[in-house]
Design a protein. Structure first.
Length: 95
């Protein structure tokens, strides 16, 4: 049975390479990014969404589970952090 992998931020960098790795292993990969997908391979499904919109993320997860019946691997690669916050952040801000 092929594993179902969900990866955020698959348009470039680590997320894209992770998606290609899992595809090479025979997995079904559902990826997302804010823009268009950059992977055109069998077994890859792209969704354009903004991870800052919780309802969009919840909807995406529901859609994947409805289509595949399960999620075996969740690879949380993308995120958002204002750059200026990194400069003013203290150790108490880290959870």
């Amino acid at each position: 049975m092929e594993r179902v992998v969900v990866i955020s931020g698959t348009s470039k960098g680590i997320g894209r390479e992770a998606a290609l790795h899992f595809l090479a292993q025979g997995c079904k990969v559902h990826g997302c990014s804010r823009g268009e997908g950059t992977i055109a391979q069998d077994g890859y499904v792209h969704t354009s969404l903004d991870l800052r919109e919780e309802s969009a993320v919840r909807g995406w997860m529901r859609d994947v589970k409805r289509q595949e019946g399960r999620i075996d691997v969740l690879f949380c690669n993308a995120g958002y952090a204002p750059a200026d916050r990194l400069v003013t952040m203290t150790s108490g801000d880290v959870v």
